[in-house]
Write a protein that binds this ligand. Structure first.
Ligand SMILES: Cc1cc2nc3c(=O)[nH]c(=O)nc-3n(C[C@H](O)[C@H](O)[C@H](O)COP(=O)(O)OP(=O)(O)OC[C@H]3O[C@@H](n4cnc5c(N)ncnc54)[C@H](O)[C@@H]3O)c2cc1C
Ligand SMILES: Cc1cc2nc3c(=O)[nH]c(=O)nc-3n(C[C@H](O)[C@H](O)[C@H](O)COP(=O)(O)O)c2cc1C
Length: 763
């Protein structure tokens, strides 16, 4: 094949090498606009795994690269005058110039024709004499821009400003240094990449950048300013720019996140940064470029595969890896963009949050990297939770938590789940066994299903309620069992279905109206849940008073039944949620319009319940923190305000769910997918939150809690299938202090022993 490679960065060079290695008959011309050694940037970092991949692909260049790498294991986080060092992270660094020089030598030796100082044309017609054209011309690829509609390009300019410096200060650990200036926080990512040089990237929020005057400062002054800010790390060494040709403000960059739906068009293929970028804070851009190159060369030379099929295979095989890394990179980018949220953390938790920011590194990954350090984190977490020094490390999920006069034994919660099995609102034997089993399963807190405050407030005829005298007795039987057979506390979730009421039990179709016997429904406005559901009656003041009366009466019954805590359900499109989201609240009175107005009625309900509920018992509020409808609905930013408003009304815990408020919403699912909202509300609003939504591993729970992303973790579906989820988690982590029903002790001991044995065999 005759191939033109546009761009002589890592992607272009390594692709040319990889093609020649597989078939020396390929004729490859590589065009690079710069001279061989005047590249931008300083060092790049890889993981040990990437080097193994390079060795397998080309042992010759791989060995040179491997031998020249600077290797280190430690990460230092400097914050609030403290240094937190953890180890076992396994990085390697090399100068970008040196890496390219090695690849240039290798490419030439294999017969690739390198054409430097050659600006490549962005017109495909100019490359008509080639079978394949490889766009390896970086994040700002001209030829990709020229045909961008065909690639489905999504280019996002991220908000923070950064400057990629070099320095002769040789750092002995990957260093993150956070410094507070009068204008705001400024931080550096620094790492050594050879015997004498380190990369030193300075980053800050754009308003800090402007307040420091960097938007109008020439480079020498900007460098002097950064040297002053980071003087204690530089030991008198200068910061060196290799973008001196640019005016000061232009040398500061914004990261561009590139995502393309398609990576090829006609005979043009995107490679490396031209196809996708990964934020420098996870240091994987060069890795992606090199691994793209290996895979593309491999499929193009695979016997029996036509070019079209090869390209399909290429995209299919690389897509998942790229997506995973870009997701991690986005999490990491966002962490640095929302740094203010975490600056009040104690240094050890700040470091933990930083190390787990991409969500690729979890609690157990950290244990593998540096057990002693992680156990230090666990001891710190337990000491904070118990208010006294704790010498034994223990998983964060098994730290106690206090809400008013109620102390939870641990941080695992059985999330509310409608069972559709009540008769006329009355829970029965099914509920006794269902809640009883989960109470024995070890979770610190157990929620009831949404318990409705009136017959019309039920979602389905099978929903549980607290509105008739017999209901109190029925619930008390269950509450008494829960209290007698475990240490779990029991929270009553009260709700009113509003526009989603008068529908069938879950297994007959969610939100589908009853075949017959429908009852009229009401909501904030006359907006039906779907075309098939009833048009609700907009509530009058009299309706509101009646509903408040129902919630207060149910709250009082909850006291009689002996519940430890009560939650108001204001999420998922039910009555109170229909007021909060602008998608369904079209009112023009003081209950519609601004967020303040939309919260007015839900807050009236909450306050009335708070007044009726004992002062020493906690209350929570469940909200949908994101309508998943962009600016048309509730956004996570507004959810912080919503959380604050309920906290001011006496809510002790914000139970952070999302969605189900609009039938056509576009949720983005994934593991722990709603946790970012709990994190934002907790750390921006300085509130107490519970995270829920696809949290299913002990590692998820521990990571969320130790990173301070939420105070409690709730699991719903995992508890449907495994009432003993918490006991199983305790056994897996060899944690002995959990409350096991004495009748089941033998099973617990055996499980713990077997799991330990399996873990030892794996190790
Ligand atoms: C601040 C910063 C820090 C980074 N740190 C790391 C790190 O630690 N580890 C890591 O793995 N990655 C890092 N990266 C990312 C890394 O630099 C890129 O992901 C990687 O270089 C991508 O390789 P590439 O070959 O696709 O693109 P590039 O390296 O950008 O190469 C593209 C080449 O094409 C040339 N070119 C462009 N247009 C034309 C044209 N029209 N004609 C001819 N030539 C052209 C350019 O001169 C350039 O040489 C960092 C990036 C930044 C911005
Ligand atoms: C069968 C079922 C019933 C549910 N009923 C309720 C409910 O009554 N009240 C409520 O707030 N959430 C309810 N939910 C939502 C869960 O509490 C939880 O937020 C959601 O399932 C996401 O958590 P998970 O991924 O751990 O299942 C229900 C979920 C399921 C699966």
């Amino acid at each position: 094949m005759r191939i033109a490679c546009l761009g002589g960065g890592p992607a272009g060079l390594y692709f040319a090498i990889s093609m020649k290695l597989r078939d020396p008959r390929h004729e490859i011309d590589l065009f690079e606009r710069n001279r061989p050694d005047d590249t931008f940037g300083w060092g790049v970092v890889f993981s040990d795994q990437t080097v193994d991949n390079l060795m397998a692909n080309d042992p010759v260049s791989g060995a040179v690269i491997r031998d020249e790498f600077a290797h280190w294991d430690d990460i230092d986080v400097h914050i609030h005058g403290q240094r937190i060092r953890s180890s076992g992270h396994g990085f390697i660094g090399i100068g970008r110039k040196r890496l390219l020089a090695i690849l240039q030598v290798r490419a030439r030796a294999l017969g690739v024709a390198l054409h430097f100082e050659h600006e490549a044309s962005p017109e495909l017609d100019d490359w008509a004499s080639y079978d394949l054209v490889i766009a390896a011309d970086g994040a700002n690829s001209r030829i990709r821009t020229r045909y961008e509609d065909h690639f489905g390009l999504d280019a996002q300019v991220r908000r923070n400003k950064f400057f990629w410096f070099g320095t002769r200060k040789v750092f002995d650990a990957f260093t993150f240094a956070f410094e507070e200036t009068e204008a705001g926080w400024v931080w550096a990512h620094a790492y050594r990449f050879d015997e004498t040089l380190s990369t030193f990237i300075v980053e800050m929020a754009p308003d800090t950048w402007a307040r420091l005057g960097l938007d109008a400062m020439d480079q020498p002054d900007a460098i002097a300013l950064c040297e002053r800010i980071f003087a204690k790390y530089l030991d008198g060494n200068a910061l060196v720019s290799n973008a001196t040709h640019l005016p000061g403000p232009q040398a500061w960059l914004n990261f561009r996140r590139i995502v393309c739906d398609r990576w090829s068009y006609r005979n043009l293929i995107l490679l490396g940064d031209a196809a996708h970028t990964a934020h420098f804070s996870i240091g994987s851009g060069t890795k992606l470029a090199l691994e793209d190159a290996i895979k593309l060369a491999e499929v193009l030379n695979r016997p029996g595969l036509g070019r079209e099929q090869a390209l399909e295979e290429y995209k299919e095989e690389r897509n998942l890896e790229v997506l995973k890394l870009q997701n991690s990179a986005r999490n990491s980018t966002e962490w640095f963009e929302t740094l203010d949220r975490y600056l009040h953390f104690e240094p050890i938790q700040f470091a933990y949050s930083l190390l787990t920011r991409s969500q690729r590194v979890s609690h157990e990954n950290l244990r593998l990297r540096d057990k002693a350090w992680l156990e230090g984190v666990e001891r710190w977490f337990q000491s904070k939770a118990r208010g006294r020094p704790v010498n034994e490390p223990a998983p964060p999920m098994f730290a106690p938590f206090r809400l008013r006069g109620m102390t939870l034994e641990n941080r695992v919660v059985v999330s509310p789940m409608a069972m559709y099995s009540a008769v006329d609102g009355c829970p029965g034997d099914f509920h006794l066994v269902h809640y009883g089993a989960r109470a024995e399963g070890g979770a610190g807190l157990l929620y009831t299903e949404m318990t409705c405050v009136s017959p019309e407030g039920r979602i389905t005829p099978g929903c549980a309620g607290l509105y008739a005298p017999g209901h109190v007795e029925a619930w008390r039987r269950i509450v008494d069992f829960v209290h007698a057979h475990g240490r779990a506390k029991f929270c009553l979730q009260l709700g009113h279905s509003g526009p989603k009421g008068s529908t069938r039990v879950g297994w007959e179709g969610y939100d589908v109206p009853l075949a017959d016997g429908n009852w009229p429904v009401m909501a904030a406005s006359d907006v039906p849940w779907s075309a098939d559901n009833q048009v609700p009656r907009p509530m009058t003041r009299a309706d509101m008073d009646e509903v408040i009366g129902g919630f207060v009466a149910a709250t009082r019954m909850g006291i009689e039944a002996g519940f430890d805590m009560v939650e108001l359900h204001a999420a998922h499109g039910y009555l109170l949620s229909s007021f909060i989201t602008p998608l369904t609240n079209r009112r023009t009175d003081e209950y519609g319009g601004s967020l303040e107005n939309r919260l007015r009625f839900p807050l009236e309900v909450f306050r009335a319940m708070r007044d009726a509920w004992p002062a020493d018992r906690p209350m929570s509020i469940r909200i949908s923190a994101n309508d998943w409808m962009g600016d048309q609905g509730v956004t996570p930013n507004q959810a912080v305000e919503i959380g604050r408003a309920f906290a001011a009304a006496g809510a002790d815990l914000i139970d952070v769910s999302a969605g189900q408020t609009w039938a056509d919403c576009q949720p983005i699912y994934g593991r722990m997918f709603q946790t970012p909202f709990a994190d934002q509300i907790r750390n921006e609003g300085r509130l107490t939150t519970m995270a829920v939504g696809n949290i299913y591993e002990t590692d998820h729970a521990n990571s969320i809690l130790a990173a301070g992303r939420a105070d409690l973790v709730a699991l719903a579906r995992p508890h449907l299938i495994d009432p003993m989820w918490t006991l199983r988690a305790a056994a897996a982590q060899d944690y002995r202090e959990v409350a096991v029903p004495r009748q089941y002790l033998g099973g617990m001991t055996q499980l713990a022993r077997n799991l330990q044995r399996e873990a030892e065999m794996k190790a």
